[in-house]
Design a protein around this ligand. Structure first.
Ligand code: G1P
Length: 307
C-alpha cells in the first residue's frame, strides 16, 4: 500500500455546512468566508495547510460556493484598478490567496454530515494519507499542530486526531475520546470515541478539534457508516470503527493533546475574541487598536462601577 510511504501532501477542507450559528450573516455567504480581521477564515486554514507542506487542497463545497472559488481565483478587474492606483501593497495581498496552493473543489450535494463530506474527497485523495482541516477551528501559526500529527502518523500508521481538554460541561459540543497514555511517545492511544455525548456518559473531557490526519482506509469505513448523532454520517463514528481495525488494514487511532492557541470562529463569542486577539497582535493595526481597547475597557469599568 502506498499510503505508508508517501509524504502527506493533500488537505481536505469541508466547507459545505449551513453555518446556522451565524445566521443571518451566513444566509448568502459561507461561514468560511467570514472575515477574521481582514482575511476570510478559510484563508487562515489554507495557509496552515500549506505551512505544513500540504499544498494540494480540496475544498468540499455546498451551496454558495462561488465566493469561495472567487476568493482563491484571480480578480482581474480589481487587479487593474489597484494597478492603476499603484496600490502595490493591496495588490500583493489579493494575489497572496491566488498563489497559495493548488486548490480543487468538489461539491457535496446533499449535506449528510462531516463523514459524508470527507467521503466526497475519496476520488481526489486516492490511496494516500491525507489531512482534514475544519474551517471553524483556527490554530495559531505560532503553535503548529499538523506537523506533529503527520509525524505521529508516519511513525505509527493508522489515523491521528487532535484533542483539547475542555470543561466537562462543554463536552456535549464535540466528539469525545477515551485514551491510554503511551509513556514512550508524545501521542496517546485512542480507545473510544463518541460524537457529542451527554456529559453524564462522556468517556472523558478530551474533545476532538478540527484537525485530522487520516489513513485512506477511512473511506471504506465511511461508506458503511450509518447516520449517527443528529441523523448525519459522522466522521467520529468512522474513526471509532478504525480503532478496532487491524493495523495491516489501516486501523489504529492515536491523538495529540493540543495545548496551543486555538480559536473557534464558528462560535459567535469566540469569533469576537479571535478578531480582537489577532487584531491586537497585528503590526499595522495593533498599536492603535490596543490603545483604543484600553480606553474602551476603562470606560466600561467606569460605567459598571457607577451602576
Ligand atoms: C465536528 C465533529 C466533532 C468535533 C468538532 C470540532 O462537529 O463532528 O467531532 O469535535 O467538529 O470542531 P461540528 O462542530 O461540525 O458539529
Amino acid at each position: 500500500m502506498t499510503s505508508g510511504t508517501h509524504a502527506v501532501t493533500k488537505a481536505v477542507i469541508p466547507a459545505a455546512g449551513l453555518g446556522t450559528r451565524f445566521l443571518p450573516a451566513t444566509k448568502a455567504t459561507p461561514k468560511e468566508m467570514l472575515p477574521v480581521v481582514d482575511k476570510p477564515a478559510i484563508q487562515y486554514v489554507v495557509e496552515e495547510a500549506v505551512a505544513a507542506g500540504l499544498d494540494d487542497v480540496l475544498i468540499v463545497t455546498g451551496r454558495n460556493k462561488r465566493s469561495l472559488e472567487d476568493h482563491f481565483d484571480r480578480a482581474l478587474e480589481l487587479e487593474d484598478a489597484l494597478q492603476a492606483k499603484n496600490d502595490n501593497e493591496r495588490l500583493r495581498r489579493i494575489r497572496e490567496a491566488q498563489v497559495l496552493a493548488d486548490i480543487h473543489y468538489v461539491r457535496q450535494g446533499d449535506a449528510l454530515g462531516l463523514g459524508h463530506a470527507v467521503l466526497c474527497a475519496e476520488r481526489h485523495v486516492g490511496d494516500q494519507v491525507f489531512a482534514v482541516l475544519l474551517g471553524d477551528d483556527l490554530i495559531d501559526r505560532r503553535d503548529p499542530l499538523l506537523p506533529s500529527m503527520i509525524d505521529i502518523q508516519r511513525r505509527h500508521g493508522g489515523s491521528v486526531i487532535a484533542l483539547i481538554e475542555v470543561d466537562p460541561d462543554h463536552v456535549h459540543l464535540y466528539g469525545c475520546a477515551a485514551v491510554n497514555a503511551d509513556p514512550a511517545d508524545d501521542s496517546v492511544v485512542v480507545t473510544d470515541l463518541v460524537e457529542k455525548p451527554d456529559p453524564a456518559e462522556a468517556p472523558s473531557n478530551l474533545a476532538v478539534i478540527g484537525r485530522y490526519v487520516l489513513h485512506p482506509a477511512v473511506f471504506d469505513v465511511l461508506r458503511d457508516t450509518a447516520p449517527g448523532q443528529g441523523g448525519e454520517i459522522q466522521l467520529t463514528d468512522a474513526l471509532r470503527a478504525l480503532i478496532t481495525t487491524p493495523p495491516e488494514n489501516g486501523g489504529g487511532v492515536r491523538a495529540v493533546v493540543f495545548r496551543g492557541r486555538r480559536y473557534d470562529t464558528g462560535d459567535r463569542l469566540d469569533y469576537l475574541r479571535t478578531t480582537v486577539r489577532l487584531a491586537v497582535e497585528r503590526s499595522d493595526l495593533g498599536p492603535e487598536f490596543r490603545s483604543w481597547l484600553r480606553e474602551f475597557v476603562a470606560e466600561l469599568e467606569a460605567t459598571e462601577t457607577e451602576r
